[in-house]
Design a protein around this ligand. Sequence first.
Ligand SMILES: [Zn+2]
Length: 466
Amino acid sequence: MTEDLEAYLVRTAHRSLASYQELLRIPSISGLSAHAADCRRAAEWLAADLRAAGIESVEVSETGGHPVVYGDWLHALGAPTVLVYGHYDAQPVDPLELWQRPPFEPFVKDGRMLGRGAADDKGQVHAHVRAAEALLATRGRLPVNVRYLFEGEEESGSPNLESWLLANLGRLPADVVVISDTGFFQGNRPAITLSVRGMMYAQIDVTGPDVDLHSGGYGGAVENPANALARILSELKDRDGIIRIPGFYDEVVPLSEADRRAFAELPFDPDALRAETGVPALAGETAYTVSERRGGRPTLDVNGLWGGFQGERTKTIIPAHAHAKVSCRLVADQDPKVIFGRLRDHVLAVAPPGVRIEVSLLDTAQPMSTPIEHPAVGAAARAIAAAFGQEPLFIRGGGSIPVCAMVRDALGAPVVLMGFANPDDNAHAPNESMVLANWDRGIRAVCRMFDELAATAGLTPRAAIA
Ligand SMILES: [Zn+2]
């Protein structure tokens, strides 16, 4: 009789933990050129691990930067195809003196694995390989077709991923993408991230006279760029937090009843947020709850503002120029370039005469959202509930993870963000750690997710099976 999946996981737990540590010992810091060989070593290590688990077509594929690790298993005839994305690279480690032990000498303490990459993202990548290994060892097959895509440049902004995806599209068809690079909710409550926000980052430059002018001699006759900039900025957002750029909300997908229920279920205390930030009162769109505003709605913020005299005491001038950095966090289906065009048009429309205005686009990121009603989200929720013994919350990332939209757009498949990191994982910081119970149950959740996806109607199998 073949061994039961759970019995296999228990029997191999010690070996799994040792191999997790082995992967963490490779200092694959993608942002530092001195670690390029380490990144390649981590890629080779993962490729060997995938092969040993029984994954096929494994290769370390060149990107022009650090390589991508690809592998697949495509023998689940008629079942959907899942593409699993993760990254094997890690953030730099300074300041070194704040680490309890050297960052690439992982160790277990108080039920956690400590070390750079323990949670972000090697632990989660490793959990995926363990899940495939256990399923193949005990059943001889996977319930769905799976493609693995492990990147080595995520922490450096994925500069080569998009071109690699486009060059390899022919062999990447998938019905759903699973990314395990996010975390649970406060208190380590199981959660699924439904969306991440996009970004539009612009600079507004206002110029007036050729040089700073005497405000006594010219005041009242020459427009002041700092006053003009203040007037422009005041036209961007009203007192109720509503953004006044015409057309700004046109493409915003409204929150559904289910979305709003999910937000309402989050154990979230606005007073605690107020206390944590030290502000006298919270702000934002009055028609939405604080939780909804933080992840489910777009924003507009002035990130920097300068111009004119900043020194001690007084200097009576009309400054020659004034500047602001302005960014918007965007939600589905807002397009950062379209939003930039509308911002620029609005700024030019409300600017007073007498100054020259330049508005430039500095950075963009596409938002990504998967509807709470999507069958793959339901499959992930059932898998997490089964593995962790608790129904997951549905959360939204306020920040931007450009890879999510990049993979979705390249493959044309919905993305499920099924990450298992504990929220106090210190990712990108000293003493990064993963709660071992999360890692361990994460392996089981991945196994269950594949079973659930195999049984889910509404996922069109479309991958060509060789
Ligand atoms: Zn990550």
